[in-house]
Design a protein around this ligand. Sequence first.
Ligand code: IPE
Ligand code: IPE
Ligand code: MG
Length: 243
Amino acid sequence: MSEFEKNPPLTHVAIIMDGNGRWAKKRLLPRVAGHNAGMMAMKEIVRRSAELGIKYLTVYAFSTENWKRSDEEVGGIFRLLVKYVDSELAEITKNNVRVRVMGDYSPVPAPARESLEKALETTADNDGLVFTIALNYGSRAEITRAVKSIAKDVKSGVIAPEDVTEQLISSRLYTGEENGNIPDPDLIIRTSGEERLSNFMLWQSAYSELEFTDVLWPDFTPEVFEKMLEEYGHRERRFGGRK
Ligand code: IPE
Ligand code: IPE
Ligand code: MG
């Protein structure tokens, strides 16, 4: 498989998959139908990312705030997760994709949790695309958890306050050691015309390029995706330095 090459380098693409509800509403369908269509779109983007040789793809699937939605919608989303794993696990395994999860998935319904664990275990030895699903993920919860774990180590004397560095904080996030140190996203895409991060990767996005499209997530195709990757190629990243 060819290694994906871009200038500036593009190692990690993250996507805030938004607009499923509006897509369904436009068609007078229940919101869950929008999530189903969104899952189909996601399948295609995972497939294309693996074909392109992208190293890391992260998708925001369910936020810590999304529990505010109706039981029907929340239940529907997690049932779709089971459906996704059942229908796709064989193919993603064959395509050398490694599935990872960021977020505390302990409160998700048991069938979805078991499907996720199966996907994590089955793909654990794969070394192609790292496909990370942000599930019950919120950046503030993530940072809070990291701070707590560092505070405990300081209190017990394992580390000194002076040892608290940016690297240490990064290593305690979901993207840190527990998930094999996923690099910060180079590009964050958000669909559906909303232009905000909604508690997604606040620490990791310090220097990410941001791209927005009005396309609703279920209508997001590999062609739209590749156009957005193309646009990234025109960005000039400075990281605070000078060109
Ligand atoms: C994104 O679509 C999926 C999740 C947040 C789970 P939405 O369900 O937020 O769709 P809109 O924003 O209501 O259109
Ligand atoms: C962000 O979308 C969460 C996901 C895409 C999973 P939301 O639809 O929940 O965000 P807001 O409420 O519009 O900010
Ligand atoms: Mg939304």
